[in-house]
Design a protein around this ligand. Structure first.
Ligand code: ATP
Ligand code: MG
Length: 255
């Protein structure tokens, strides 16, 4: 569990607090919260420990329950997009429309087709996934105020911290334990977003399997806390996973 508290000073943000607390691998699996009470307790304690003053909390979701797509809507005005987006969105979303929260942003008139159309960034997130996050925040005595998409938050962080060349395409990666968020951006807009179920756990997994270790032994070995003698065996195993991660990033460019 990681959280920061930010204070807005003019146009910039200042870090006023930071909370970091490990949670049991069984309590949150692949980004989904399984055990609400212990995680709510962890949030509560660590926010107090970090002296957070704000009541409101922003969180982010990603993975299978989230769809981000640039699509062309057959419409010429913002009003027309608004009127037809619910119906038009259905073909792009692999879930029942009643199961998701939908949002969108108009990029502008499309050049991609002969017919008139509006290019739109369409976002759909499953309601149960959102509630999975908001419930635990409420349970911790705080108010869920923003549920963002992890890949968008990554882009916001990038744009707040770096001078961005408006003509350059930039690939942003957030590699976690079980998930990698990929966001290819240009001029402040996400061109392509993809979440892949790979991350740090894969490195631990391969060491665990190939060297017959427990999760913790493999994790410690990966982080260089233990080992030495196995070094020549460990390196190629880790590299094979890195190759796979690189392939997934490469695949994203090919889309
Ligand atoms: N120095 C390091 N070298 C290699 N791997 C590391 C290092 N430090 C942390 N990791 C790995 O990074 C992963 C944790 O990253 P992070 O905190 O971003 O994940 P997370 O946000 O908990 O995961 P997710 O977003 O997938 O739910 C773990 O797999 C951990 O073993
Ligand atoms: Mg993460």
């Amino acid at each position: 569990m990681k959280a920061v508290e930010l204070i807005k000073i003019k146009k910039n943000f200042q870090l006023s607090g930071f909370a970091y607390e490990p949670i049991s691998p069984d309590a949150a699996v692949d980004g989904a919260i399984m055990d609400f009470l212990p995680i709510a307790e962890t949030i509560k304690k660590s926010f107090v420990g970090a002296k957070f003053k704000a009541k409101g909390v922003a969180t982010g979701v990603s993975g299978h329950s989230v769809i981000v797509k640039r699509v062309v809507i057959p419409a010429t005005t913002a009003e027309e997009v608004q009127a037809s987006i619910q119906i038009d969105a259905e073909q792009y979303i692999p879930f029942d429309i009643s199961e998701v929260n939908l949002d969108y942003q108009i990029v502008g008139p499309t050049m991609a087709t002969e017919d008139a159309g509006m290019e739109v960034v369409l976002v759909a997130a499953k309601k149960d996934k959102i509630q999975n996050h908001t419930n635990v925040i409420t349970l911790a005595g705080r108010t869920p105020e923003v549920v963002d998409i992890d890949a968008f938050a990554l882009q916001n962080a990038f744009e707040a911290n770096y001078k961005v060349d408006p003509d350059a395409a930039v690939a942003l990666l957030n590699i976690g334990a079980s998930l990698m968020n990929i966001n290819i951006t240009k001029g402040g807009m996400p061109l392509f977003i993809r979440d892949v179920s790979v991350g740090g756990n894969q490195y631990t997994d391969i060491l665990q399997k190939e060297l017959q270790l427990s999760f913790q032994e493999a994790e410690d070995l990966k982080l260089g806390r233990t080992g030495g003698s196995e070094a020549e065996m460990v390196q190629p195993l880790l590299e094979s996973i890195t190759e796979m991660l690189i392939m997934e990033v490469q695949k994203t460019f090919d889309f």
